[in-house]
Design a protein around this ligand. Structure first.
Ligand code: PLP
Length: 390
């Protein structure tokens, strides 16, 4: 087994960004509850509010519009409900979900199954705007909500959020945007996306796990019914004592992201391109998903026909490489990716889908190391297949 480890799974979670550990540790040394009025409580409150400013700055929103949650999953559960006070006081009684959304959106919303419509993707993994327009025509005006992510976690394909928002807004609807994979890599502010609400998660940007945010970008929107009720924290939108250390770390990570987002994107795109050109040269039959769509600079989703992802994943792990597969294993069954299915990828190829996602710690050598490991593992699998066929 290899001793060197190369982590190429940044879309799953990212290592701590500079300054985060210190912010978390400092917050852990504070005894106060942010809701207490004494000096200790006020010190904890000050940390939470300082972090709120930093997280808000990521999307150019006022700090008072940030609701801290335990992560993006909780934020999705909070936002995707008909209990939203919308600009014209209308109730969204239909939720349109783009077919490639994360399970926290597909399964984590508070709409009845009969109130859900799925908006198809193109073969390149982007929301099909013409089909969205047709779906909108089926729902009454001023009565729908669209859930659309900024970029897909499996393929990295960037979604046409602004164009979709124009269609939804023309119909009087609301747009909720999952910016989990995008907020640290592109502008996810109100002007860039035109979304009404946006949510994201601390641990994807190098903050600690267990913190996230829902940002109400549209000033006239409020969540009328929280998921968690109790002490009225977060202006009544999310009860429960704030996770002060995680929130402080989230704030520190947000600062680190903003500091060098553009330069880092250029560097990561170089690494991704290095990986994909070598992949195509060494494995001529490889399929790169969403290759012709706008994609995140750091993500490469691909499949080598006949090489099941789960076996590749284990082989690569033993060679010291951490990547993800496009399939999910639960209850002993391997399910193929709903994202690739929505793109029309055949199940046999989908079962071979792997995701490499690079990040701040990735260097050229890591890419070379991963490619060598891929060759080794794929070579072993081919030999085994030839032997068993003989
Ligand atoms: N949305 C996307 C696009 C994601 O990639 C993830 C995590 O993988 C989530 C939502 C959920 O985030 P969390 O697990 O932090 O709640």
């Amino acid at each position: 087994m290899a001793t060197q480890r190369t982590y190429l799974d940044y879309n799953a979670t990212a290592p701590l960004a500079p300054g985060v550990r210190e912010a978390v540790c400092a917050a852990m040394d504070l005894a106060g509850n942010p809701s207490s009025v004494h000096k200790e409580g006020r010190a904890a409150r000050a940390l939470v509010e300082a972090a709120r400013e930093k997280v808000a700055a990521l999307v150019g929103a006022p700090a008072r519009r940030v609701i801290f949650t335990s992560g993006a999953t909780e934020a999705a559960n909070l936002a995707l409900t008909s209990h939203v006070v919308s600009p014209a006081g209308n109730v969204a009684n239909t939720l349109i979900i783009a077919a490639g959304e994360h399970p926290c959106v597909i399964d984590g919303n508070r709409f009845a199954p009969e109130a859900l419509l799925i908006a198809p993707l193109t073969a390149e993994g982007m929301l099909d705007l013409a089909k969205l327009e047709r779906l909108l025509a089926q729902v009454p005006r001023r009565a729908c909500m669209l859930a659309l992510q900024v970029a897909n976690n499996e393929t990295g394909v960037i979604q046409p959020v602004k164009a979709a928002a124009a269609l939804v807004h023309a119909h009087g609807g609301i747009v909720v945007c999952d910016a989990v994979q995008g907020v640290h890599r592109m502008d996810c502010g109100a002007r860039a996306l035109d979304a009404d609400m946006v949510f994201f998660s601390s641990h994807k940007l190098g903050g600690p796990k267990g913190a996230g945010a829902l940002v109400l970008l549209n000033e006239s929107i409020e969540i009328a019914q929280p998921v968690l009720r109790g002490g009225g924290q977060e202006r009544g939108a999310r009860a429960g004592t704030e996770n002060v250390p995680a929130i402080a770390g989230f704030g520190a990570a947000s600062i680190a992201v903003v500091a060098n987002r553009d330069m880092e994107n250029t560097r990561l795109a170089g690494l991704r391109d290095q990986f994909e050109s070598a992949l195509q040269a060494r494995f001529p039959g490889v399929t790169i998903f969403g290759a012709n769509a706008p994609r995140l600079a750091n993500t490469s989703a691909f499949a080598m026909s006949g090489m099941p992802a789960e076996t590749m994943l284990i082989g690569l792990d033993l060679e010291g490489i951490a990547v993800s597969s496009g399939s999910a294993c639960s209850s002993g069954k391997v399910r193929t990716s709903h994202v690739l299915e929505a793109m029309g990828v055949a199940p046999d190829l989908s079962r071979c889908a792997l995701r490499v996602s690079v990040g701040t710690g990735t260097q050229t050598d890591d890419i070379e190391f991963a490619l060598a490991a891929l060759e080794k593992v794929a070579g072993r699998m081919t030999t085994r297949r030839v032997k068993s066929a003989a």
